[in-house]
Design a protein around this ligand. Structure first.
Ligand code: FE2
Length: 378
């Protein structure tokens, strides 16, 4: 299982600087708390092509939690379910449904990062502590961010195991779909709270405002939203934060907040170097995507100019394109992957552009609104 052990450092490295007061090194993993981790692992392995690379549960001596570590190239997600009705994770699942609970960072020094974060205004979620097993020790602390979401701060000492102490290596390979890393993670917050949380990422993590979209950029007849993208100074970790804006009917962000019972992660964007192959495989395996009308493709070349991909191939798969001064990007959004209209995924390929597909927002939101109307929530 050497292939598992070498995957202990996902995502691109961030350098320490005055803009990186917590000493963040990289996004370590994203953890979802779910009602049935075994079936969720089956879904992410067989549909998305993740490999199951580590596990904890009754067989490894854990009486409280069962967790599956799902990896594809540098993208890593953990699926965790509680084993008893008394476990506090149950309350989270009842309240929010299956969703992201932890966006975990690897840091240079968990104690230092925690102290810095709290000094800078973060609410502590878990004091620094050791996690140990026969493979060595890891130091971990947690701070609260929006809603019931936390950021773990993890530093390695002498750990050489498959993931974290308490986990055993698993070698259940998926058939990869080409997903390579987590590009960005989007949070939805309440009306009036977007700037508060953008300031929080600036004050606590030293992030900078990368792009701002207001309701002139992002509005349709019915719903609108505002968004600020916060990023570390090397733009390795990007966190767009959305809040609802005044529209004629319920915005997609309000629908999310209603069903999620408050702020939380709206979508995880997974990057691929070949979106046509990735989306072809995901569609074959049953993943459902939002669709745009054929008029979108009739106008595409006029809007974005020459691109390497054949427009017919993109149209067949429903892939969207947007261009900015740096280049272009290709993207597509899944329908929610849970029963509540909450968490979904974006698949993104970047050909120079570092943006988020602003030119697609209108077509996309009209598509989301068609789905909202089918749910009786518009
Ligand atoms: Fe996105």
């Amino acid at each position: 299982m050497a292939s598992v052990a070498t995957d202990a450092s996902p995502q691109t490295e961030i350098t320490r600087s005055t803009h990186n007061p917590l000493g963040l090194k990289r996004l370590h993993h994203v953890e979802l708390w779910v009602g049935n981790a075994k079936q969720a692992a089956f879904f992410y392995r067989n549909a998305f092509g993740f490999s199951e690379t580590a596990y904890r549960g009754l067989e490894t001596g854990d009486r409280d939690l069962t967790s599956y570590v799902m990896s594809q190239k540098k993208a890593r997600m953990i699926l965790t379910t509680p084993m008893s009705s008394e476990h506090p994770i149950n309350d989270h699942i009842v309240r929010h449904g299956d969703n992201v609970q932890d966006i975990a960072f690897e840091v240079e020094d968990a104690d230092d990062a925690f102290e810095q974060a709290v000094t800078r205004g973060a609410k502590p979620a878990m004091e620094p502590h050791d996690l140990e097993d026969e493979h060595g020790a890891v130091r971990r602390a947690k701070i609260h961010t929006y809603g019931d979401t936390v950021h773990s701060l993890i530093s390695y000492r002498d750990y050489s195991g498959p993931f974290m102490p308490g986990f055993e290596a698993r070698d259940l390979p998926g058939d990869p779909t080409g997903l390579a890393l987590i590009d960005h993670i989007v949070g939805n917050v309440e009306l009036g709270k977007m700037r508060t949380w953008a300031d929080w990422y600036s004050d606590v993590l030293g992030f900078e405002r990368y792009i701002t979209f207001d309701d002139d950029d992002i509005s349709t007849e019915y719903s609108a939203l505002m968004s600020i993208v916060m990023s570390d100074d090397r733009q390795v970790i990007k966190f767009p934060i959305n809040e609802p804006a005044e529209g004629k009917k319920k915005s997609q962000i309000e629908e999310y907040l209603d069903y999620h019972n408050g702020p939380g992660v709206q979508h995880i964007a997974l990057m691929t170097p070949d979106i046509i192959t990735t989306v072809t495989k995901l569609r074959e395996r049953g993943i459902e995507f939002l669709t745009v009308p054929d008029t979108y493709y009739a106008e595409l070349t006029d809007r974005v100019g020459a691109i390497r991909e054949a427009v017919e191939s993109l149209q067949k798969l429903g892939i969207l394109v947007d261009r900015d001064e740096d280049g272009y990007l290709l993207q597509i959004f899944t329908k929610p992957v849970v029963d509540r209209p909450t968490l979904f995924f974006e698949i993104i390929q970047r050909r120079g552009s570092r943006g988020f597909g602003q030119g697609n927002f209108k077509a996309l939101f009209e598509s989301i609104e068609r789905e909202q109307a089918l749910r009786g929530n518009l």
